[in-house]
Design a protein around this ligand. Structure first.
Ligand code: G6P
Ligand code: MG
Length: 219
């Protein structure tokens, strides 16, 4: 059974969600309302533009198009200040071991992220050259939960969607993987990601033989 893997980036390979949160929270503060971590869950996996819309909805704030553009730029500049300080020590536990395992089994993997900053983040943590391909927020026209990002990922892997396994930490991402007819693996809270085919709290929990069994068709 030939399979390939598509990894989400934020929240799966690295924990950039905390930086997105700090930048959005700061923006909410500027606009005069509070923004908490539970609400940040809604922003995971969704595009930058959509994130702003959700945030403005929470704060019941209305802005002109020009103001929105301005805030999108300032939010990203703030976020990038954190990203530029990142290094390989911020790779989440189990990620390198998993990539090593896939290499060992000859299973190819690509990135499928909504982030326009994905190549920069991978470069910061020295992982840019490990992926067979990168699909990011610059290469798609419709964001997760639309399956486009993962369908392009399957093309890069030269595989059919049914042959692809997706690692996701976001509700929107699990939905996108399911809509693409791929096997979805939810990383994080089992209840939040209840739509996933498999759930693990983090990448260290993936059983040693998970992928070798999948290749054998046992999963
Ligand atoms: C990821 C994150 C989202 C973020 C999106 C866009 O999917 O989970 O929270 O909004 O990427 O990121 P960007 O780096 O382009 O602002
Ligand atoms: Mg994510």
């Amino acid at each position: 059974n030939k399979i390939g893997v598509i990894f989400d980036l934020d929240g799966v390979i690295v924990d950039t969600a905390k930086y997105h949160f700090l930048a959005w929270k700061d923006l909410a503060g500027q606009l005069g309302f509070e923004f908490c971590e539970a609400q940040n869950e809604l922003l995971k996996g969704v595009s930058r533009v959509r994130s702003l819309e959700i945030l403005l909805g929470i704060g019941k704030v209305e802005l002109t198009e020009a103001q929105k553009q301005e805030y999108l730029i300032s939010k990203n500049e703030h976020y990038l200040e954190y990203i530029h300080k990142m290094g390989p020590e911020e790779i989440l536990p189990g990620a390198i071991e998993l990539l090593d395992k896939l290499d060992e089994l000859g299973i190819k993997y690509v990135l499928g992220s909504a982030s326009k900053n994905a190549p920069l983040i991978l470069k910061q943590v020295n992982l840019l050259s490990r992926f067979s391909g990168i699909v990011d927020g610059n290469s798609v026209s419709t964001a997760k939960p639309d399956p486009e990002v993962f369908l392009i990922g399957a093309q890069k892997l030269n595989l059919k969607p049914e042959q692809c396994v997706v690692f996701e930490d976001a509700i929107a991402g699990v939905e996108a993987a399911n809509r693409a007819a791929m096997l979805s693996i939810g990383i994080g809270d089992k209840i939040t990601l209840k739509e996933a085919d498999f759930n693990f709290n983090n990448l260290t929990e993936i059983p040693e033989n998970f992928f070798s069994e999948m290749v054998l068709g046992k999963i």
